[in-house]
Design a binder for this molecule. Sequence first.
Ligand SMILES: O=c1ccn([C@@H]2O[C@H](COP(=O)(O)OP(=O)(O)O)[C@@H](O)[C@H]2O)c(=O)[nH]1
Ligand SMILES: O=C(O)[C@@H](COP(=O)(O)O)O[C@H]1O[C@H](CO)[C@@H](O)[C@H](O)[C@H]1O
Length: 341
Amino acid sequence: MVSVLDSGGMRPDARAWFEHRTTSATSLAEIDVPALLSAKRRGGHRVSVVLPARDEEATVGVLVRDLVDRWVTAVPLVDEVVVIDSNSSDRTAEVARAAGAEVVAAADVLPSHGDRPGKGEALWKSLAATTGDLIVFMDSDLLGDVSHYVPGLLTPLLTDARVDYVKGCYTRPLSIDGEHRPAGGGRVTELTARPLLNALWPELAGFVQPLGGEYAGRRSALEQVPFVSSYGVEVGLLIDLLQVCGLSGLAQVDLGTRTHSHQSDQALGTMAGQIVNTLLARAERGRHGRRLEPGGLLTQFSHDGERFVPMSTAVAVDQRPPMATVAEYALLREAGEGVVG
Ligand SMILES: O=c1ccn([C@@H]2O[C@H](COP(=O)(O)OP(=O)(O)O)[C@@H](O)[C@H]2O)c(=O)[nH]1
Ligand SMILES: O=C(O)[C@@H](COP(=O)(O)O)O[C@H]1O[C@H](CO)[C@@H](O)[C@H](O)[C@H]1O
């Protein structure tokens, strides 16, 4: 079906989705927590919160403590808080454990499948290290009050059986070198991911923060899709879950503002390379029918005072298979376990 662009620049399906599938949970005042608890009990749900963490000793403890105190102990909305230690070189694991999280080293999960670097690798392994049928993912470097994030993300999953995957969206201030700007964060989103997604998957144009690190889904959907091992994981999940769940199975929640620690431009350049190659690997044919051959290298340049120096980084799209196809995972699930092993 050829969709005529409406005045808003989004295709009618994307605009309809944006208008009907975007809800607001910008503070706890907007969330009916007792209703969520009732829905959780009625549905017999178990909720896991996963925090992928690489060298996050400065922030992971506060996040975990608030999650555990507020949503495990005081209000039993969450059943387990699991930090996936992604080859940290600092005290991330100790700090997270002391704050009340179950901490699992990514390398210790499904060891027969080896250990790869990357955020997506940590998230893929989290499926085998958790037991909830609903899983919430949060970055471990978030700053400020994020206590409403988990109930906000769970609301569509607990109140609408048609929804399988929910992404948070937010404004994104940017604080770098002591300068604080109310906007400007999400640099790879704005300069890379959004333009490419709009060009290749315009039905996803309604997602305000396609790269956002806070999202939640049903295990039954998450275990059906591959997880890109690098920073390509968010766009990979979005595109693959669109295929599995359909646009009507996806939703987004306005969580207000998101502040986090920021990486360097060069690090974001590598992230962008990983994201571009993830998207190209999924866009099997471009708009002109040319077969796209996603590369395996991204070349960036530094300057040594006399000349530009090329630096190439591998951005090949390594990914793990749908967890449902992993034999050991089925054994873990049959045993009702979500443990390292
Ligand atoms: O190899 C990695 C890279 C990142 N992360 C975690 O993934 C989240 C997002 O990563 P980062 O903050 O580096 O990305 P940004 O938010 O700056 O885009 C954070 O909790 C990281 O600790 C991880 O677990 N393993
Ligand atoms: O949205 C973005 O452009 C990047 C970088 O954000 P900033 O420019 O540092 O605010 O941050 C996200 O991208 C990563 C790749 O998808 C996610 O893994 C991160 O959770 C998310 O913060």
